[in-house]
Every structure is written in C-alpha cells, then in structure tokens.
Design a protein around this ligand. Structure first.
Ligand code: SF4
Length: 437
C-alpha cells in the first residue's frame, strides 16, 4: 500500500516505496538565525531527513535564504493564512512548502502559489487539521469526523489537480489517535500521493511518544505513510527525531545506529540494571553502526536468550561477563562492566571483527557454567519460554491444566493437539514494506 507517486523534497525521495522519511520542526523563532541553525544541525545529527520551519512573518521568509543555504538537510517552509509568504519562501529557496489550501484565502491564491512552485520545481505538502475543516464539512464532522477529514483532504487534492499541480504530499492530522488511523487508512485507499503522518499536539515526551507510536506505528505497519513527524511538547526537537527513529527501527523499516535489548529484570536481578542500561543507552548514541547490544540482569539463564546480540553483558555476585555473538569474551569485576563493554565494542569495530582471547574466554565460560549450575533449579522467565518453545515444537503444552504431572514434576509436558502456528499470511506485516533499508 505504499503510495504510488513519489516526490522529492530537496534530494529526499518521499513515497513510491522510498524509505519512510523522518522530519521534525524547529522550535526557535525562525528569524533568529543562530538559534534556528543550531537546532537544525542538532536534529540533522539526530537523524532528521527533513526539517520544517515556521514562516509567520516577513523576516522569517527573509531568514530562509540563509537557512536553506546553510542547512545540511532540506528545509520545508510552514505557511498559514498568507500566500505571499509562500511565494517569498519559494523565492528564498525553500525545498518544500507546507500549506493548508483551506486557510490561504481562496482558489486564486492557491493557484498563484502552485504556478510559482511549478516554475521553481518545489513540491508542497497540503494538509488538513481536525481543528480547521472547511465550514461546509462541519455538519459531517459532527456525525462522522473521519469521513469529514478525508473529504477535506480529497477536496484539496482535487483542487491541486484542477490547478495542474501534482507535486505534493498530503497530511491529515488529528489529536485523536483512532481517528488519525482510520482517516489515513481511508485516504491511502483514495489517493496515489505520498502521505505525511503525525498526531497533532500529541503531548509530552512520554505521553506524546506513546500516542505517536500507537498511531503512526499502526499505520506504518499497514504500509500507510511515507514521511513522519512526532510532535512533542519540548523545545528539544531532536527528541522528536529519536522517537521517530525508534518507531521505524521497531518496525524494521529502517536501520540507524545500535539496537539495545535488555531484560525486564525480576527478583533474580544481580546488579543495578537501571543505571547500567541508562548509561549504555546514552553511550551507544555516539555510535552509527547497527550493532545489537544486550543487557541481562543475571547469568542464571546463561546467555542463550541474547545469543544473537553482537555484544552483551550479564552479572552475578560482584562479577560480570562480557559476551559477543553468544560466546563469553571475558569475566570482569562488576563495576568495570560498562567501560569494558565499550572497550570491547571499540576494539571489535576498529578491527572489523571480534577476537576472542582463548584463556579469558575459557575463564568466562567456566564462570558462566558455575552460575548456571548453582541456579539450575530456578525457573526463570527465559527457561519457561524455552521449555514452552521446545514443548510446542513437539506438539505439547507445558501450561495445560494437569501439566504438573503425577510424579509432581513441575510443568511436566503433556501431549495435546498441535498448536496453531501463525504463518506469514496471517502476519499483520506480511507482504508489506518491511524489507526496505
Ligand atoms: S531471570 Fe531473566 S528477567 Fe530476571 S534478571 Fe535474570 S535475565 Fe533478567
């Protein structure tokens, strides 16, 4: 369901199967060149593909000339109400104009912008917001808000087509997550143009990130959406970019930098995971390589659950283990775990491969074996999952009533009907765009 059409904002392809582009918006007064450029560089470093700046005044349009020239990523001018600012933004070299055709003063003014954008080869984003639908749709909005949003977007699309301007993407924004999902699904069925996704006024870093993840994540999993912006109530626009990337990485739509996996911890936890995970997460931000790093709160389960990780740590009894690709690298005092982990990551990335020193690896192996042996009777979440998996493969169910067995052996596997296995066809992501880099 990727959009059929593709447009280019600067050099960034949007839609038509291109990777989902990450955008954000500066929070500075655009005309404050120093502050705006500083924020643009920060968001570009954080991974923004595109940046939008508000252009509510003449001086902002004027500042655009310098911003466009100095920005490391394409710049979108955000225009409301005043079409002359859109014309000036195009003259200033903006790579895209964001416009709500409903609030710019009528067809003639939209047409003027379209003509100039065509001459300059500049695309537009035309958008509707749930708070500002055209008057004639207000009754429909009360009865059927989703249909009203889509009707407004389709009317704008038809308006642009009637002006022979088709170099645009479309957005429907709402503060309501279910309405945003439903409206964009419907819109994607009706139009071939790229779609920009966002939840308006999503909220703080915590609640806004969650709302956006649910709304945008659902749509992206459906294959709807070609560019995204996470709206968060924070001055730090780079936080929006980080959340956007986490959504794309979680859906395996794009790769960027390391992936951290960490156990949820439980009563077997044997070191201060909270601070260790937070420190590792922060230090990993300096890396661009898509390495996977695992943090296990105890070594009771061995390292099997994290055997696919490129690097990992686990700890027990004031000691800890660094491991790589499922094998011990070395045992070390617990307080050195994090520093040593990063030494090993750096060494490995520098050499292009991980080298295991035989004696240290053997010492780590022995330590791990001892911890596992001492805790062999413990049923950890990981062991239960492994038992369930093994039983399922044999057509058994260790969680079925009576699974305890006559001899009292805990969770002794019992035979039952073969489990239903979800095939690729049943996957919500089957056949969608998940192979995109
Ligand atoms: S048993 Fe599992 S969840 Fe509990 S601390 Fe150990 S690794 Fe983490």
């Amino acid at each position: 369901m990727a959009s059929k059409r593709q447009i280019f904002v600067g050099g960034v392809p949007i839609g038509g199967g291109a990777p989902v582009a990450v955008q954000t918006m500066t929070k500075t007064e655009t005309a404050n060149l120093q502050a705006t450029m500083e924020q643009i560089r920060t968001v570009a470093d954080a991974g923004a593909d595109l940046v939008r700046v508000a252009v509510p005044r003449e001086k902002d349009a004027e500042a655009l000339k310098t911003i466009v020239k100095d920005s490391p990523i394409p710049v979108i001018a955000d225009i409301h109400f005043n079409h002359t600012l859109a014309l000036k933004a195009i003259d200033a070299g903006a790579h895209c104009i964001r416009l709500n055709p409903g609030n710019i003063g009528g067809r003639e003014k939209v047409a003027e912008v379209a003509v100039k954008a065509t001459e300059a080869g500049v695309p537009m984003r035309i958008g509707v917001n749930s708070g500002s639908l055209p008057k004639h749709l207000h009754d429909l909005e009360r009865e059927a808000p989703v249909e009203a949003l889509v009707a407004a977007a389709v009317e704008f699309v038809e308006l642009m087509e009637s002006l022979e301007f088709e170099n645009f993407k479309v957005s429907i924004k709402s503060t309501n997550v279910p309405n945003t999902i439903a409206a964009n699904r419907l819109l994607a069925e009706k139009i071939p143009y790229p779609i920009h996704l966002g939840i308006t006024e999503a909220g703080t870093k915590w609640s806004g990130a969650l709302k956006s993840s649910v709304g945008l994540g659902t749509l992206l999993a459906d294959g709807v959406g070609d560019t995204i912006r996470i709206s968060l109530s924070t001055f730090h626009a780079e936080e929006e970019v980080k959340v956007a990337w986490e959504i794309l990485k979680a859906l395996q739509l794009r790769e960027r930098g390391p992936v951290l996996i960490a156990c949820p911890t439980c009563g077997r936890l044997q070191f201060d995971m909270d601070t260790v995970v937070a420190e590792i997460e922060q230090r990993l931000e300096a890396y661009e390589e898509p390495i996977e790093v695992a943090v296990l709160g105890c070594a009771v389960n061995g390292i099997g659950e994290a055997s696919h990780a490129d690097f990992g740590i686990t700890g027990a009894k004031n000691e800890g283990l660094i491991f790589a690709q499922g094998k011990p690298l070395r045992k070390i005092p617990q307080e050195q775990l994090v520093d040593t982990l990063f030494e090993e990551i750096d060494k490995s990335l520098g050499r292009g491969k991980t080298e295991f020193e035989e004696a240290q690896a053997a010492e780590g192996e022995e330590w791990l074996r001892r911890i596992e042996e001492e805790n062999a009777g413990d049923l950890t979440p990981e062991k239960i999952a492994a038992m369930e998996k093994a039983a399922a493969e044999k057509g058994e169910d260790i969680t079925a009533p009576g699974a305890e067995g006559e001899d009292g052996e805990y969770m002794k596997p019992v035979k039952k009907g073969k489990r239903v296995e979800l095939g690729e066809d049943a996957s919500p992501t089957a056949g969608r765009r998940f192979t995109r880099a």
